[in-house]
Write a protein of this length. Sequence first.
Length: 86
Amino acid sequence: MKAVWVPLCAGVLAALTVMSAQAAELTRAQVRAEFNDYKAVGYDFSEDGYPQSAVDAGQKVAALRAQRAADAAKVATQPVAGQASQ
């Protein structure tokens, strides 16, 4: 019976993800970036430890994005080599 439920649940989840992405008007590239962020923090998209593992991964993704934003802000405020400081 479990062999039937896992593919069924995965299919429903995929359909809901597509509908959620469409409702949020995310592009395919944005959905892929979201997926890659979750994979980057080690989330394995399984039922093991769900929902806590998903919550933990969401917090890690938020921290990852905050770090990226901080790094981008730091780069944006650095003067370009060869330009005089004003």
